[in-house]
Design a protein around this ligand. Sequence first.
Ligand code: SF4
Length: 968
Amino acid sequence: MSTSAHPFAQTRQTFTTASGKSLDFFSLPELAKTYPQIKRLPLSIRIVLESVLRHCDGRKVTQAHVAELAGWLPRASRVNEIPFVVARVVLQDFTGVPLLADLAAMRNVAASLGKSPQAVEPLVPVDLVVDHSVMVDHYGTPDSLDLNMKLEFKRNQERYEFMKWGMQAFSTFGVVPPGFGIVHQVNLEYLARGVHKTPKGRAQAGVVYPDSLVGTDSHTTMINGIGVVAWGVGGIEAEAAMLGQPVYFLTPDVVGFELTGQLREGVTATDLVLSVTEILRQQKVVGKFVEFFGEGTAAIAVPDRATIANMAPEYGATMGFFPVDAQTIAYFKGTGRTRKEIEAFEAYFKAQQWFGVPARGDIDYSSVVCLNLSDVRPSLAGPKRPQDRIDLGDVKAQFASLFAKSPAENGFNQAAERLPLRYGLHALTAPEAVQAAPLAVPVKPGSPRMVVEMVGSRPTLEAAVSAAASTKSLPLAEKGLSLGHGDVLIAAITSCTNTSNPSVMLAAGLLAKKAVKAGLTVQPHIKTSLAPGSRIVTEYLSKAGLLPYLEKLGFNVAAYGCTTCIGNAGDLTPEINAAITGNDLICAAVLSGNRNFEARIHPNLKANFLASPPLVVAYAIAGTVSRDLMTEPVGLGQGGRPIFLGDIWPSSEEIHALMKFATNGKSFQENYAKVATKPGKLWKKIGGAAGAVYEWPASSYIAKPPFFDAFAMTPNAVAAGGSDVHGARAMALFGDSITTDHISPAGAIKEDSPAGAWLKAHGVLKADFNSYGARRGHHEVMMRGTFANVRIKNLMLPALPSGSFEEGGLTLYQLPGTEQGQKMFIFDAAMKYIAAGVPTVVFAGEEYGTGSSRDWAAKGTQLLGVKAVIARSFERIHRSNLVGMGVLPLQFKGTDSWESLGLKGDETFDVLLGDQIKPQQDAVLVVTSSNGKKRSVNLLLRIDTPIEVDYYQHGGILPFVLRQLLAA
Ligand code: SF4
């Protein structure tokens, strides 16, 4: 479309950079002459408005869309959808591979219909960062990184070959190879370049516009820390975005978050983000933008802002947005962006009047939340949810309290008297009970920076350390090692949330240095790992002279990737696993990550605590969460001297003095230049098929997805008209907070699970199973993994004598016949229902689909024949993914729930929607009990926007987009 045809052509203006270069842009100050309200809009809304304005073509984006968003009101009912065309798309490899598989399958469809396969081609830049596949098999040794990467390449060869095919098949598809870092940190340090310029040959060529993106990872929000509007979407929405479709979302409320004051000495960015998460969870910000402002915001550095933005999924917001200001420009300089890029970035934001952190009263927000930074205290979060923040000084008591509480109270359901018991590894069946002895270490009145007033230590720890040290070559059982409740078995400095933040990484190194100098050690059986989100971290830790001390405590670099954060912690030893499962031990992981849901970190570790990197090191030394690090010593140093946290905690002055090593722009430039020039020997060796169309060689990792098997240019009658569901059976009755990891686990594949059986039947050895996450390119594995999390509880099954419910992906088969009422895997039941032509539904409680954006949670649900999910509430991304796969999300009204309706799972269900589906209309659920009695319940249809109605009627977003592309 020519400029003159643009309905708001007068808003195309020029701005000038510091070097005097004149550039075009679509000016919001100019648009504000028509819509003066714009000047008081939240900055995040203004950035979205620029995209809507620039893409206004009268078809996908209309003048009405511009007018609606320009007239955004802080408090209004939210019924309008915004068509947001993003500047680029970012993928990680777990979600990127299935997306590439879908694109490849779409090319197959194009070719089979006699069209050009190249009709399916990303229209915006797409970057895939390979970060999710590396596991911590080796740790604590200098060659850990090398060995783990070799294993990674061996396990993932077929996936990496497929990526190489994608690199040559699609011209806008780039890959950052394994070993460079974690997607969000790489995005922050390298992929984000400030502003873009529309290339020649496109509509609005030469126009400069701000960066924006969607990513197939929920923590894509991390990039909000540098003023980029972005959030995580499912792979299916990302595919649509990369094929030029707008991302549609309901106009959001924007919560202003005012930060005042400053952090106290010894308090970290991790403590801050855990506090922000706790506060915003209580504020219920799901589906809303959060925008930070105020003098406290202006004072905090960009890495701290990025840490806070990272955890937006944990506080439930769509984004945690920070404005662009002088700190952002300083960050761009310190991370090696070019002068030209920085000048254009700064001048553009100033021309739009978006530069600087707003003060109180500058902006009209939907509501305002305040936090005085000086109120933030040292914290951990857990042991099961990231929003459950605990003051550091309360961790011991909280663990003890939850130990004996019921699962309904988030507890571990244990007899309180078992807490102090310890178990020798060689006596699995007969617990070798050792009662905690009286405190053996003298009381210390105080410490330099942390409040430490009294101390206590279980002598069994020291005994175990010295026994382990003196018999280093013996198997663990013979070293006299014992395990107890609360023992830390995994201590991981992991996750982009923190590894992108030099202040906490340097703090970890400084703490390690002081600890080593004081003579503290880490027990060798604790799985310690350091997995930086980029190589820059290792470089500055080395230059600062801190890496050797971390290594001395076992924190050798194990990988540049997600590792423990995504569940790739690797296994514990068989002896330790047996001791845990044989004695029902509640052992712990402490990690600097952002998620700690059940079975995410390790299937046998039930208590998982999120903490800052220095606290991870401290807890590794302590070896237990049952020690109060505010009042008891972290451990015994030289000569048996008790060492307190305050003795080894670094001061902000010490951290600041080393910060220069982490802000060297040249280092960043040299490092990221290697993505193209030195991608690594292992990556270079990977071959890949050539050609525009993929031939799908036999593989247990990659297979042609079945989503387009019955594709026709016109939606079929069932998808178009058959919205009602008749005669459905219940597949599951779930409780609250069913995560996408429950629905589609990313971690280990159990040998006796349907997916394990399928792999074995196809000649894959147990040792080569890899994880569900790595096998997302293969639907046969993923369907079998759906609802297969080892911790998921289907409450349709009868309660156990203990009152709790059996865990694992099980259901009771309901169709009349010999198998009626039998317990079986959900996958097996699903195949029987599909064979019998019977649809199924899933019932759930609050927050269904919370957790990572995971399109397989929706894809797997669809492939198991589930037609509707009926829940008390839905997480944002999963709800839209269900619609995107043609599965109905329906919500109970008021206080209704499957429990209040007394459902048992043996009923038959009809879902009635009427002829013309409308967004958020009423639906009727007709329940027919086993005795034939019928009753009706009103539900809310959670198809939220008109475009979602289209997606649903086309059988999902992918067939919808493909029909558009092939019709063009
Ligand atoms: S480190 Fe964790 S949060 Fe970050 S991308 Fe990896 S899995 Fe996601």
